[in-house]
Design a protein around this ligand. Structure first.
Ligand code: GRF
Length: 223
């Protein structure tokens, strides 16, 4: 049997994606150990959640550092100390410097609330609505220094309903985001998904079309 995948989580906010990972682990569905939670916002809910779960956590303020690279050197030294197999950005609202990405090359994923490459950055729900999209969704992708631009691993899709506003759309999507993230982490932990190279691979085959979050708890190849 494989050892549980050691996961470090980076979060800036309420931590619902972190909670989803922890709950899936408690249900016995996810062979992981969350070995540390790291944040740029001391006092955020994700850190409180880590405390409740008995997970070591660490936070530092960007204002206490002269530059992004100094902030990241310090943050990623802390992360390295917990020896993660995988770093999950779950609502982490900062760009990561080139040096930190290179240091953990092939080991960092992010969950983003749009169907990338559509709508990198902020206000994704409002932008999908303004564009008149009939469909919205979320993506898990590999992290590179450019914002929300690394190879897309998988999507989850929801219809945009008549009368939807940014809040209803975001609330409806959130539950699906959690499933998408859990399924993606499970696929890495099970060895079905390999993100260590320049392009993610699904059962050894390069992913050229994002996988899809399936209804049965697994990622699926949509080709
Ligand atoms: C999620 O919508 C995630 O996709 C985005 O930020 C939000 C974080 O939510 N990057 P939470 O902190 O995990 O509840």
């Amino acid at each position: 049997m494989r050892a549980p995948l050691r996961i470090a989580v980076l979060a800036s906010g309420r931590g619902s994606n972190l909670r989803a990972l922890l709950q899936a682990r408690l249900r016995g569905e996810l062979p992981i150990d969350v070995v540390g939670v790291f944040s740029d916002r001391p006092g955020c809910a994700a850190l409180a959640l880590a405390g409740e779960a008995g997970i070591p956590s660490f936070a530092q303020r960007p204002a206490d550092f002269a530059s992004r690279s100094e902030f990241d050197d310090s943050m990623f030294n802390r992360i390295e100390a917990v020896q993660p197999d995988l770093i999950v950005c779950a609502g982490y609202m900062r760009l990561i410097s080139d040096a930190a990405v290179s240091r953990f090359k092939g080991k960092i994923i992010n969950i983003h609330p749009s169907l990338l490459p559509k709508y990198p950055g902020l206000h994704t729900h409002a932008r999908a609505l303004a564009a008149g999209d009939r469909e919205h969704g979320a993506s898990v992708h590999c992290v590179i220094p450019e914002l929300d631009a690394g190879a897309v691993i998988a999507h989850t899709r929801i219809p945009v309903l008549a009368g939807d506003g940014p809040e209803s759309l975001s609330n409806r999507l959130l539950e699906r985001e959690h499933q998408l993230l859990v399924q993606t982490v499970k696929a890495i932990a099970d060895g079905d998904l390999d993100i260590s190279g320049n392009q993610p691979r699904w059962h050894g085959v390069p992913i050229d079309t994002p996988l899809s979050s399936g209804p049965n708890g697994h990622l699926e190849d949509q080709r």
